[in-house]
Design a protein around this ligand. Structure first.
Ligand SMILES: [Zn+2]
Length: 378
């Protein structure tokens, strides 16, 4: 073990119960425990849009995700570091995970150029030229100071075998460089499995990534346009290979049915921008799908978004009031709908965790997919 390896005891994962493939665990980090399965809201620019940290705590959020690419460009990792690191800067003392910046950089399309060395890209803000390498992605994430940091990977379109093989091999070489570049022992580095929708590549990648003794492993490159069947079979292939005693993080996935299917197949951690993005577009997540609160049908509706939900919004506000806020362009609408949407996913993960402990996962997940009117109340 080198100095850069995660210090023993600081970061540990303990599996408490399994129900078929579904797992309930506890993840120890320098900023506290995380009970899994867990949904992690995304605070792209060191803020979960429209919500205060106090509101996130009230919702029961255990861990946040933030974006290296965005914080690197603005305000700069040196600024965050000089203000005491990300936890202090954004006043969130619970665990934080940062992505490596890879996904955002690859999403820039024509603005970026990839080589085995790394990626050069133009800032989406001012067009200035920058380069990310495995080494710089680690250095930036060390300056930001999250509990969990991610390996720098290439995330290509999922459906072209030859290119996915090239990108996968590059991701593997980059993981070796990330491990070598890492210098902080109080952060946990997760490796990322790539390989698109190709089961041969996914198996190869899972075997390579898990040959490194890392504190956790992620499945990247999903929820990027592939079919649901491909997503689910990929999760199955990868999770058969990843070590059972380490946490597994499915990147970028966050709808009610996808969380249920992921947890069923042994995933422990999820993140997605969807709950807050939908909220800003007036859309509420429910167990049976989405409701657009700007629709006229809600004008006189005295019911909450979801009668089975116990969030602050559903306890106190009608659909009619939310529609009024949207129509009047009041910013409180985004806050209230975000509270509900994040609560839905946080509560889903929490309920399913309990059901895994009780060995009733299948029944609990079926209940989550039933129409609201059929859900028992009280
Ligand atoms: Zn609610």
């Amino acid at each position: 073990m080198t100095n850069s390896a995660t210090e023993p005891g600081i970061f540990e994962f303990h599996l408490e119960a399994c129900d078929n493939g579904a797992r309930a665990g506890v993840l120890r980090t320098p900023h506290g425990l995380v009970e899994t399965p867990v949904f992690m809201p995304v605070g792209t620019k060191a803020t979960v849009k429209s919500l205060t940290p106090a509101q996130l705590e009230e919702i029961g959020v255990q861990i946040l995700l933030s974006n290296t690419y965005h914080l690197f460009l603005r305000p700069g990792a040196d600024v965050v570091q000089s203000l005491g690191g990300l936890h202090q800067f954004m006043h969130w003392e619970k665990p934080i995970l940062t992505d490596s910046g890879g996904y955002q950089v690859f999403s820039l399309g024509a603005l970026r150029k990839i080589s085995d060395e790394g990626v050069t890209f133009k800032s989406h803000i001012d067009g200035s030229l920058h380069e990310f390498t495995p080494e710089s992605a680690i250095r930036i994430q060390e300056s930001l100071g999250a509990d969990i940091i991610m390996a720098f990977d290439e995330c290509p379109a999922p459906d072209e075998h030859e290119y996915n093989e090239t990108a996968m091999n590059r991701t593997h070489q980059w993981l070796t460089r990330c491990v070598q570049a890492k210098s902080r022992s109080d952060q946990a580095l997760f490796g990322i499995v790539q390989g698109g929708i190709f089961q041969d590549l996914r198996a190869k990648s899972a075997e390579f990534i898990s040959s490194f003794d890392l504190p956790g492993y992620a499945i990247g490159g999903l929820s990027v346009g592939e079919s649901r069947a491909n997503m689910l079979s990929t999760i199955e292939t990868v999770n058969q290979i990843l070590p059972a005693e380490k946490p597994r993080y499915l990147m970028g996935v966050g709808t009610v049915p996808d969380l249920i299917e992921g947890i069923k197949r042994g995933v422990d951690m999820f993140d997605c921008v969807l709950p807050t993005r939908l909220a800003r577009h007036h859309s509420a997540l429910t167990r049976t799908g989405r409701i657009n609160l700007s629709n006229a049908e809600h004008t006189f509706s005295s019911t909450p978004i979801d009668e089975a939900c116990t969030c602050y919004t559903c306890r106190n506000f009608s659909r009619a009031y939310l529609r009024h806020l949207i129509t009047a362009k009041e910013m409180l609408s985004a806050t209230l709908i975000s509270i509900h949407n994040i609560t839905t996913l946080v509560q889903l993960a929490k309920d399913l965790r309990q059901s895994i402990m009780n060995r009733t996962f299948d029944a609990a997940s079926r209940k989550w997919l039933q129409p609201i009117s059929h859900v028992e109340k009280g």
